[in-house]
Design a protein around this ligand. Structure first.
Ligand code: TRP
Length: 373
């Protein structure tokens, strides 16, 4: 079992990811129907990303809901590394975080790791990272987080409180643990080695700033999990609750195999793409179709490997009946790939248009969200 070819670290995701195997490897729990239904009671409905299995694993999410039900203060924490333009894959945890914030009416701490991207990418200058940060902030705000309850900060501009917390974390983490967890080596720069303490810091920043007990939940993609292993280890040593987590899969790129990646721009849909660009990318996407229309009609397509179908299923088609009809019809040869591509392109276009509008409006509100020293 498992797939020894796949690599999943905070800096690299490669190969065909076997999520069941990843649950074992990372020591997280599968999101069971029981837990999902518990969330449903609070939310009054289930987010598409849950219904379609994009969020698949967790750590003590049920304990976090216990805390909420018992009146313990609950908090959300997520983040973004500003290494380039935002694409659809980045958006997934943010959309889900908004749903959780709306459901539990809780505060959200949103970390932008400008330090990380500078330290880890030999090519990037601080100026370039600052430019990405400015642009990415608009995408984050466009998601529609509650301005009264959301605090966004960048590590290089909100350093004092973060550094104060990070040194407390760092004191409990040995180099040998950092090496084993993140694969650092003798040639890693020393900023990289300290950085995990900076990403752990927001797990405890509310408690530190407000001097009150709180239970933190981190919605994010599964590749960030190693950070939370460290954070959970140090939490009790510092007198804090361990942060809980809820984890998503990656969305595939539009090509065959691999997750959506900014380094493969033709197979990624950027939030800055025009409708025309996005449509072109969708039209070139990898599908489960047969080489000719005749064969497609005779033999049917294979939606199980089709990227276009997976986007409709995981992200863009809310209608349960419509997606299952698409699936059956494709298999039976009743659909050709052009039909599905058109449907997806239209939905993507609409989504991007909406996003652009909200993103422009965000220019006026960005200061309301930003934490400064
Ligand atoms: N390291 C993350 C990235 O490169 C950014 C990040 C910081 C983050 N804190 C987080 C992501 C908390 C999810 C949750 O994208």
């Amino acid at each position: 079992m498992g797939n020894s070819e796949s690599v999943v670290t905070p800096w690299e995701v490669r190969g065909e990811v076997d999520y069941r195997e990843l649950i074992e490897r990372f020591g997280v729990e599968p999101l069971t129907e029981r837990i999902v239904n518990r969330l449903k009671v609070h939310a009054g409905g289930l987010h598409l990303l849950l219904r379609r299995g994009m969020f698949f694993a967790h750590r003590e999410f049920d304990e976090w809901m216990d805390s909420y039900e018992r009146g313990v203060k609950v908090i959300l924490y997520t983040g973004r590394g500003p290494s380039g333009n935002t694409h659809l894959g980045h958006l997934i945890p943010w959309l889900f975080t908004k749903y959780l914030q709306d459901t539990f009416k809780c505060e959200l701490y949103f970390q932008v790791t400008d330090d990380e991207k500078f330290l880890f990418n030999p090519e990037l200058t601080t100026e370039q990272v600052a430019e990405f940060t400015k642009e990415n902030l608009l995408d984050i705000i466009a998601v529609g987080f509650d301005p009264e309850r959301t605090k966004i900060f960048t590590n290089l501009s909100y350093s004092k409180p973060l550094y104060n917390m990070a040194v407390r974390v760092a004191k409990h983490v040995t180099f040998s643990t950092a090496k084993a967890t993140f694969g650092f080596s003798e040639s890693s720069n020393i900023g990289m080695i300290f950085f995990p303490a900076m990403q752990a810091a927001p797990c405890f920043i509310h408690q530190y700033l407000k001097s009150e007990d709180a239970h933190v939940l981190i919605p994010c993609a599964i590749d960030q999990e190693p950070y939370w292993r460290i954070s959970r280890d140090v939490a009790p040593k510092m007198g804090y609750r361990k942060p809980a987590g809820i984890y998503s899969k990656f969305i595939p790129g539009l090509g065959s195999g691999g997750k959506m990646s900014a380094s493969l721009p033709d197979t990624a849909i950027f939030l800055s793409d025009t409708t025309k660009e996005a449509t072109r990318k969708v039209k070139n996407a990898f599908t489960g179709g047969q080489p000719t229309i005749r064969e497609q009609k005779e033999k049917g397509g294979n939606p199980d490997v089709c990227v276009v179908y997976s986007y409709l299923y995981s992200l863009f088609d809310e209608d349960d009946k419509a997606v299952s009809e698409t699936y059956e019809s494709c298999k039976g040869g009743g659909l050709v790939c052009g039909d599905c591509k058109e449907r997806l392109a239209e939905k993507v276009g609409k989504f991007l248009e909406e996003h652009r509008r909200r993103r422009e409006a965000a220019r006026e509100t960005v200061n309301k969200y930003l934490l400064r020293e």
